[in-house]
Design a protein around this ligand. Structure first.
Ligand code: HEM
Length: 126
């Protein structure tokens, strides 16, 4: 299995854990279950690190083309936005409904953008 193939499998599995734990958090209400929240956020941050590392390694190996570079950059921004809205929802304070809406749209955009970028990297021609 190539580097990108194994990262794609790992990312798919970790996204399932993040989304299931997120739905758990939403359905179980307040006070937030600290263990589930910790799993949810640590995996999210870990995935961002893994994704950025994959981009870096592919860039070192042969250089990213423009589409891969732009796709990677957009994905990193979606990850950061989702992590910020998740961080706001994790505080004791009640947040405006728009923050939850952004944390529902953000994951969809992050998953789609990650999948599209990994697809480009899987078909990377040096
Ligand atoms: C790639 C990153 C992330 C993804 C894909 C993600 C995904 C999700 C999903 C799908 C939900 C359920 C939303 C719903 O339908 O109601 C959710 C809820 C939640 N997430 Fe995340 N999340 C991410 C990062 C984070 C981070 C970093 C934190 C905390 C620092 C966080 C905190 C929360 C909280 C507190 C909820 C429950 C919101 C509520 O109903 O009050 N998330 N997340």
């Amino acid at each position: 299995m190539t580097l990108v193939q194994s990262r794609t499998v790992i990312s798919g599995l970790l996204f399932v854990v993040i989304i299931l734990s997120g739905l758990w958090l939403s359905n179980s209400g307040r006070p937030i279950n600290v263990i589930v929240l910790t799993v949810h956020k640590l995996i999210a941050v870990g995935m961002l690190v893994l994704f950025a590392l994959t981009l870096h390694q592919m860039n070192q190996a042969g250089g990213l083309n423009t589409a891969e570079f732009i796709g990677g950059g957009i994905t990193v921004l979606f990850f950061i936005g989702t992590i910020i809205t998740g961080g706001l929802l994790s505080t004791e304070n009640s947040m405006p409904r728009v923050v939850l809406m952004l944390h529902q749209i953000g994951p969809i955009l992050t998953v789609l953008s990650t999948a599209a970028t990994l697809y480009l990297l899987l078909n990377h021609k040096p």
